[in-house]
Design a protein around this ligand. Sequence first.
Ligand code: 4AD
Length: 459
Amino acid sequence: MTIRIKEILENGKVGELISASGWIRTRRDSKTVTFIELNDGSCFKNLQVTLDASNHSEILSALGTGTSVTVMGNLVQSPAAGQAVELAGDTVKIIGSVESDYPLQKKRHSFEFLREIAHLRPRANTFGAVFRMRNILSFAVHEFFQSRGYVYLNSPIITTSDCEGAGEMFRVSCFDPEKIPRNDKNEIDWSRDFFGKAASLTVSGQLEAEIFATSLGNCYTFGPTFRAENSNTSRHLAEFWMIEPEIAFADLKEDMNVAEDFVRYLFKAALSRGGDDLDFFDDRIEKGLKANLERLADAPFERITYTDAMTELEKHADSFEFKPSWGIDLQSEHERFITEKIFNGPVFVTDYPKDIKAFYMRLNEDEKTVAAMDLLMPRVGEIIGGSQREERYNVLVDKIKTMGLNIEDYWWYLDLRKYGTIPHAGFGLGFERMVQFVTGMSNIRDVIPFPRAPKLADF
Ligand code: 4AD
């Protein structure tokens, strides 16, 4: 049976007869021996395979980078540094040969180039490491919430409500684009579409999570989320994954406490399970990454109100293109200043002006701000957005109306406030931004297997 290379490198014993399968990363030849670096994706390290050149002369020329092979032989003590054993190959079977135009050569390729070959890039060192780290973090997300008794909710992907009210939704329709039906007023007649009304891909599972939080108690979603914002930045995707816990009988402070514990848990999971992949990020992608994660995994996160943050920013008004003043939404230059220059670490900014935040956030006593929080991180900026929810029926109705939203669309959301309402709070963590932070990768398109962004939906 083929044993995975991770297992071989961790537990293989000298003298064992084994079979290993994978793709050849590199190959070099001395007069009598051919050295192959074999990788099967199970870990960062390669298994070194030696082949006696005279015994394999007929196939040696076919063993190029990218070729898939199965090698049988005995494990021997490795004279090379960093590995206890290597495989002295007796027989080599070529599983799949490689055409000469294989795009992944031994040299370093730019991340931009690798994005164009997203079907092959997981075979490159960096991307193997990124996607293994993504896997570690995904599992840790479930672990964190499951161990605290939260219920995992699969919120719908197709929806007819716009949670964020920002109108950045992808339409889901079965209309023939050449023959879109219209009513007497010449408006599109969505009643004749598949769902009988206008439907879209979800921008957030929060409203559905609130249904569960007000019935099953604490719950969380972890699913794909879609935003048709035309932002060609290194922090935005059109399809990203979001984790949205919703906490019953909780206020904003408890919401932040959960968020902080959660983020730290993910840092600790990365540190304790990241192994060679994390060492690679630390060494080659962002120097000091591990030390930074270690520091943040134990230190409490700072908290500052929007109003105080604005006062600080105004003192440095000359540093910004977009001038800070109370009432504006924080721009990424402001977010970075707060987290990188003022605090040099994660910061919760709380209690934003009500006019720049979504309708569902709870109105504070000052009636000017809402019980909102964003967690800002150095380098990636906003990683979490959350709030205490408005649980008072009348206040919520007023809010929906003043924001110009259609009250009928929210009938079920309002019902939750009519029948046994409770204080509750939640947040959304952008999973890719977390993967970016933990790997040091600078572009969000390099931490999701197949990025979707403006003009980009290949593979
Ligand atoms: O701040 P946002 O819009 O919050 C919500 O959607 C709330 N309904 C969450 C909740 O309270 N349950 O988004 C939350 C996070 C952001 O902080 C960011 O990390 C990520 O989602 N995010 C994106 N990530 C990648 N690409 C995009 N286009 C993103 N938009 C938001």
